[in-house]
Design a protein around this ligand. Structure first.
Ligand SMILES: [Zn+2]
Length: 464
């Protein structure tokens, strides 16, 4: 017979007590603790407002995303505050639904428009307010609060811009300069010729406030009535356009018949086949057309892109140099008609001047500048491009040798390399171009001291 001691009996009774009373109590206590942490959770709703502009000039659409994963959203208020006034744009109260608001709103997305005119907002600072509360029992039962305040400057008044220079006589295919003044809120300005933009540059420190100047081009193929106007934009995005007086001088350009022979094409192909796909089974003329069109377009795109590398300071001084002792073989904007076996096969405009002298003559920098390209460039062969600042650049093509490196600063007259006939060239010559913000212009003007005096220097003298 097993005898149970009193001590063992006590232990058993204690165990029973724990099992029947304390454990359920603990479970109940645990449940309440869990329930309370849920009821009183402290996580505020998350607010995302997009966009967050610094300035406002016209009706602006905003998108709002508010979420509260735990207890769900109770209420949101979107309002605008200005000069002590509080205008509510959106207010929503969400019902409590399901056990612990499980079926309530946990994610709210809305787009709304802030229209300064319809709200009769004044110019200047205003605050966009977003508030959201959830269904937590915190905050004295009001729930966790999230607030977002975004300050915006309302500015719907455009900047002002006016021309200061006079006498803008511009040749088709030529260059122009306009000096203008803008109001102090201007963030960017320049000039449009039809839909091509030419950026303006602020003048030196000792000229009156807001004075800018802008070099622009009238392309050789400009239509009869190009629309030229000054343009400015402020930080808020308000834009203004103003016209100014100008006179356009029409120009006629030469026509030039170019005979393309098989011998010429065959002499070209080996040079191009090293870097441009040439199909040996294709006819000579088809390969030529590919070079003269596809490759030319690629090359011109690169040249046009170089305008981005211009520096904001003026680097040049006085008239541009023309290649020494050279004869003009082709003029600016010659309309070239390509003939093959008596038939017209292509046409292009020659947007530079071909200057020929002795083979392998030294090519000099036409003005002070910085090398922004020094490499082979398809149809232009070995090519150097100089930036002269403020959108002006010069191009030297068909070189047989390049003696400068990218980024190098060069003085007017400094040797850049030697003339040659690399690329699409029939003989040793320099293909020389000047560009204004990537648009080809007639170099004749920039070679001419009188033209620079009348069209550039006299205009700057006005504001000094
Ligand atoms: Zn040329």
């Amino acid at each position: 017979m097993i005898r149970v001691s009193t001590k063992e009996k006590i232990v058993k009774a204690k165990k029973l007590f724990y099992m029947t009373a304390l454990v359920p109590l603990l479970i109940i206590f645990g449940f309440f603790a869990w329930f309370l942490t849920i009821m009183f959770e402290g996580e505020s709703p998350s607010l995302i407002l997009e966009p967050k502009p610094e300035f406002l000039s016209q009706p602006q659409e905003f998108s709002l995303k508010i979420s509260d994963e735990k207890r769900g959203l109770r209420l949101i208020i979107v309002s605008v505050k200005q000069n002590g006034m509080d205008m509510i744009l959106t207010q929503e109260v969400f019902p409590f639904e399901g056990l612990l608001n499980a079926k309530g709103v946990h994610l709210y997305e809305k787009k709304f428009i802030l229209d300064p005119a319809s709200l009769k907002l004044a110019q200047g600072s205003l605050d966009l307010h977003v508030q959201a509360r959830d269904y937590s029992r915190r905050g004295g039962g009001d729930g966790n609060l999230s607030m977002l305040r975004h300050t915006i400057i309302l500015d719907s008044i455009p900047p002002s811009i006016r021309a200061v220079s006079r006498m803008h006589n511009i040749n088709v295919g030529g260059s122009g300069l306009v000096i203008y003044q803008t109001s102090s809120d201007t963030a960017s300005s320049g000039l449009f010729v039809d839909d091509v933009f030419y950026p303006g540059f602020p003048d030196s420190n000792n000229s009156p406030k807001g004075i800018h100047h802008c070099y622009f081009a009238l392309p050789h193929n400009t239509n009869t009535h190009p629309k030229i106007r000054l343009w400015a934009r402020d930080k808020a995005g308000n834009c203004i356009e103003t016209s100014f007086y100008y006179h356009i001088r029409k120009k006629t350009f030469r026509r030039d018949k170019m005979e393309i022979s098989d011998r010429f094409i065959e002499s070209m192909l080996p040079y191009f086949s090293s870097f441009h796909p040439i199909d040996p089974d294709e006819s000579n003329i088809k390969n030529f057309m590919k070079i003269n069109n596809v490759l030319r377009e690629e090359n011109d795109k690169i040249l046009y892109g170089l305008r981005q590398n211009t520096c904001a300071e003026r680097l040049w001084e006085g008239p541009w140099l023309r290649q020494k002792n050279s004869a003009t073989r082709a003029q600016f904007a010659d309309h070239r008609l390509y003939y093959y076996k008596g038939e017209k096969v292509d046409e292009k405009f020659h947007l530079g001047v071909d200057l020929a002298s002795l083979a392998n003559s030294i090519v000099e920098a036409s003005n002070h500048g910085r090398v922004i390209y020094a490499d082979r460039l398809g149809i232009y062969g070995l090519t150097v491009v100089l930036d002269h600042g403020q959108g002006l650049s010069s191009v030297y093509g068909h070189l047989s040798r390049i003696d400068v490196t990218l980024g190098q600063e060069v003085k007017k007259g400094a040797p850049l390399g030697l003339t040659g006939q690399t690329g699409l060239a029939g003989g040793d010559h320099l293909h020389f171009s000047i560009m204004v913000n990537g648009v080809y212009v007639n170099p004749i003007e920039w070679w001419d001291n009188n033209w620079i005096e009348d069209n550039i220097n006299k205009k700057f003298a006005l504001v000094k």
